[in-house]
Design a protein around this ligand. Structure first.
Ligand code: HPA
Length: 271
């Protein structure tokens, strides 16, 4: 029973996280540098945690960092699980459920994505204001776990307006040139064809990537406040599309990472 597995993982982690930890962070491709801002108290390899999936993709180390940012206790997942790796939606969202059970109230998620909005440049940081689920499935399919949330969850404010407002204030004050927009989540592992980028733009997307949406759905279902940020690592805008590789995505993400880190650090410590 999946609920028992979530509870076992949570019980294990409870004994290792700092008491009172209410902030969880999931770091995306090339965005692990935020860990340098954490005063690390402990580091837990995923394989130590009962029932936790193990990450395979290059650029994702697969450990949970326990520590403090500016005195505030946090846990940060360095390496997430992607649907394209072959994990089930239950496995992809397992950590988000475990976070809920250990008392995480605010979840920060980051990712690398392709830009769809013609006003975006490669290297821009986009605060996620909404998403479109294009995975063709949903992590909440199956018997509802009533302990987490309702059968038919409202999604009218999935990304915290309070944190978005605060992030934009920080961006303004520090000249970070933050963008805002809708993130389209798709399975991957292929990047988009030009026709697909165009379709996602037509559908209302500003950026497209292969993660985030499953974890955010589960986190929101269970009542967590969610803040998401996306680094535009390549362009899907007609006329700007060039060949894209995972290496390039990692490189651009790493270069933009300090601006993203600035925002998250400030939100964690002053929000
Ligand atoms: N498409 C999908 N996922 C991505 C992209 C992209 O262009 N860039 C980084 N992740």
């Amino acid at each position: 029973m999946i609920l028992d597995e979530i509870k076992e993982a949570a019980a294990y982690l409870q004994s290792r996280v700092i008491d009172g930890t209410s902030v969880g962070i999931i770091l995306g491709t090339g965005l692990g540098g935020l860990v340098n801002e954490i005063e690390i108290a402990d580091s837990i390899d995923y394989h130590e945690i009962p029932h936790f999936p193990v990450s395979t993709v290059q650029g994702h180390s697969g450990r949970l960092i326990v520590g403090r940012i500016g005195g505030v206790p946090v846990i940060a997942m360095q390496g997430r699980f992607h649907y394209y790796e072959g994990y089930t939606m239950q496995q992809v969202t397992f950590p988000a459920r475990v976070m809920k059970l250990i008392g995480i109230k605010t979840l920060f998620v980051s990712n690398a994505s392709g830009g769809l909005n013609p006003g975006f440049k490669v290297g821009d940081v986009m605060v996620i204001t909404d998403h479109i689920n294009m995975f063709g499935t949903n992590p909440l399919i199956g018997p509802n776990m009533d302990e987490f949330g309702p059968r038919f969850p409202d999604m009218s404010e999935t990304y915290s307006k309070r944190l978005i407002k605060k992030a934009l204030e920080i961006g303004e004050a520090e000249g970070l040139n933050l963008k805002t927009g809708t993130y389209v989540g798709t399975t991957g592992p292929t990047f988009e064809t030009p026709a697909e980028y165009k379709m996602f733009r037509t559908l209302g997307g500003d950026a497209v990537g292969m993660s985030t949406v499953p974890e955010v759905i589960v986190a929101h279902h269970s009542g967590m406040e969610v803040f998401g940020v996306s680094i535009i690592t390549d362009s899907g805008v007609p006329g700007e599309i060039v060949e894209v590789s995972h290496e390039e995505v990692q490189k651009v993400a790493a270069a933009a990472e300090p601006r993203m880190t600035r925002v998250i650090k400030c939100l964690v410590t002053c929000a």
